[in-house]
Design a binder for this molecule. Structure first.
Ligand code: ZN
Length: 153
């Protein structure tokens, strides 16, 4: 559970509400994935079908949807892990807080609006932003260091 240590701050984000929203998103994604999985099993194709066959096209469409959902699921799980680590709502690119309104609209946002638009601009020039893979460990280490420096005092 999250302690609300600074209740005087009005612009504070309700982490518990964000967590509930994320859990809801996760449940609905898992539900969609399950339905897609069933649909895919029901449309098992014959091996000797030729490329361009409607059945194969249908299957590829399912596969694209599944990939899309899995990406979203990872993003939602990442956000949930961040809440647990106490680093939720921090931009992964610049380390600054993400605007509360943005987090409410998109609870699994990983970038602030400024970075988001910069990343989109770069993408148009063919430079693809890759989020740091080990950011959770990095945050974890930061937290431990903070605690250590506190206990040394
Ligand atoms: Zn940023």
């Amino acid at each position: 559970m999250f302690k609300n240590e600074d209740s005087s701050t009005e612009e504070r984000l309700d982490l518990e509400e964000q967590r509930q929203q994320l859990l809801q998103d996760k449940a609905s994604i898992l539900n969609d994935l399950e339905h897609l999985g069933e649909a895919m099993r029901n449309s098992e194709v014959d091996i000797d079908l030729e490329e361009g066959d409607p059945q194969i096209i249908e299957r590829e469409k399912y596969q694209a949807l599944v990939t899309n959902l899995q990406t979203r699921l990872k993003s939602v799980e990442r956000a949930l892990a961040k809440i647990d680590l106490g680093v939720y709502g921090i931009c992964e690119r610049c380390g600054k807080p993400i605007a509360i309104a943005r987090l409410i609209a998109k609870p699994d946002a990983t970038l602030c609006i400024k970075c988001r638009s910069e990343v989109e601009k770069l993408a148009k020039r063919g430079i693809i932003y890759r989020p740091p893979k080990n950011f959770l460990e990095a945050f974890d280490i930061l937290q431990n260091e903070e605690e250590e420096s506190k206990s040394n005092r």
